[in-house]
Design a protein around this ligand. Structure first.
Ligand SMILES: Nc1ncnc2c1ncn2[C@@H]1O[C@H](COP(=O)(O)OP(=O)(O)OP(=O)(O)O)[C@@H](O)[C@H]1O
Ligand SMILES: [Mg+2]
Length: 362
């Protein structure tokens, strides 16, 4: 685990005091972030730390624009180092990093960080600044006019579900852990970055609040469509949030890079199989939707009116939960409110699994 203090020097784009003392960068407001999403390409990056640790040996990875990629792997395998190399809080020893086609390996790191949102573990809000001031940090550094910063701050707080009038003037210690994490996300999005880097952003809250935050975050991502690299220890979180999952082992070795269903259904090595665990068949239900080919005609079911209802496209996991909690053998499946068929427990539990999952059942 990261031994993360509330705030680490250098974790944010600049010192919090800089906007008050520094002058706006040349070029004026809004030139340093284009607002669109950019792809990220890592080419054979390596990081040797002083003392001989090879944190990342030779990693190549392409994150398409607008996708959310999750980095997951055992403690110390180099996840945070990879994230911090992308915004150059850590300088790669060798290799190249591209944003779209632009090689940013030697770009000015301060300028680069202003184009990237960064959510650090335990949020790292500035404790002596109000929530509104925290959210406006990067726009201030970019020299935006005060009125525009205020407008943007209010918009962002609303976006993450916090009433700006109520929460804006408060200080971080007057918020719950989950609310602080939302402020962290709002702050990272403030200058409309092309890339969002998130290091265990939802780790500090209990599982129920975490699930809610994840839902909100998925909704937010559907709106803003950023390129996001998110680090987590939590496989369920990875499966839930990731368009793709990169599983790393020691030394930042890329063991598998694929969408969640493939990682769970076709682990590419013994390491990944072990990592995703014996219950991956159940986890796979989370990312497998209810589709028409699983349905029987409703006419074959007695008393269809009394059945619980599941929406077409819901996950098999949610469908199973409905069947179990209502103690029903069959559910009615609807599409836009119209019944389209019946899904039975038996059918749900007999979907095909790849051979290696079947082997594990013995
Ligand atoms: N500043 C540093 N100086 C020397 N070694 C470091 C430094 N930062 C990290 N390391 C080492 O590099 C390796 C990778 O660290 P990193 O923080 O990237 O791991 P991680 O995958 O994020 O782990 P965790 O899941 O525990 O947060 C570890 O062995 C760590 O001890
Ligand atoms: Mg880490």
């Amino acid at each position: 685990m990261d031994a993360t203090p509330a705030l680490r020097q250098g974790d944010l784009p600049d010192e919090p005091a800089a906007p008050r003392t520094g002058s706006p960068p040349a070029g004026g407001p809004a030139t340093a972030s284009t607002g669109s999403a950019a792809s990220i390409t890592l080419e054979q990056i390596r990081k040797d730390y002083a003392g001989g640790t090879v944190a990342v040996e030779d990693l190549s990875l392409h994150v398409p624009a607008g996708e959310l990629v999750v980095l997951i792997g055992p403690s110390g395998c180099g996840k945070s180092t990879v994230l911090r190399m992308i915004n150059r809080l850590v300088e790669p020893t060798s290799g190249r990093i591209l944003l779209d086609d632009e090689d940013v390996t030697t770009a000015d790191p301060v300028q680069l960080r202003r184009r990237m949102g960064y959510v650090i573990q335990n949020v790292g809000l500035f404790p002596h600044q109000t929530i509104a001031t925290n959210v406006g940090t990067v726009p201030r550094l970019l020299g935006w006019p005060t009125a525009r910063i205020r407008e943007r701050t209010e918009e962002l707080l609303e976006l993450v579900g916090l009433d700006p009038a109520r929460y804006g003037p408060r200080y971080p210690n007057e918020l719950s852990g989950g609310q602080r994490q939302r402020v962290g996300v709002a702050r990272a999005l403030a200058a409309d970055p092309v890339v969002l880097l998130m290091d265990e952003p939802f780790s500090a809250v209990d599982p129920i609040a975490r699930a809610r935050l994840q839902d909100e975050f998925l909704r937010l991502q559907a709106d803003v469509r950023k390129t996001i690299v998110l680090v987590t220890h939590d496989l369920d979180e990875a499966v839930r949030l990731g368009d793709r999952i990169a599983i790393l082992s020691q030394g930042g070795r890329l063991e598998q890079y694929a969408d969640p269903r493939t990682v769970l259904g076709e682990p590419s090595s013994p390491f990944v199989r072990e990592f995703v665990g014996g219950d991956r068949a159940i986890r796979r239900l989370v990312v497998t939707p209810v589709t028409r080919d699983l349905l029987a005609p409703l006419a074959t079911v007695e008393d269809a009116a009394g059945l619980p209802t599941i929406a077409l496209g819901a996950s098999l996991y949610d469908a199973l939960a409905v069947l179990l909690t209502t103690n029903a053998d069959v559910a009615r499946v609807t599409d836009g409110g119209r019944a389209v068929g019946a899904l039975s427990r038996h059918r749900l539990l007999s979907i095909d699994y790849p051979a290696d999952v079947v082997d594990q059942r013995e």
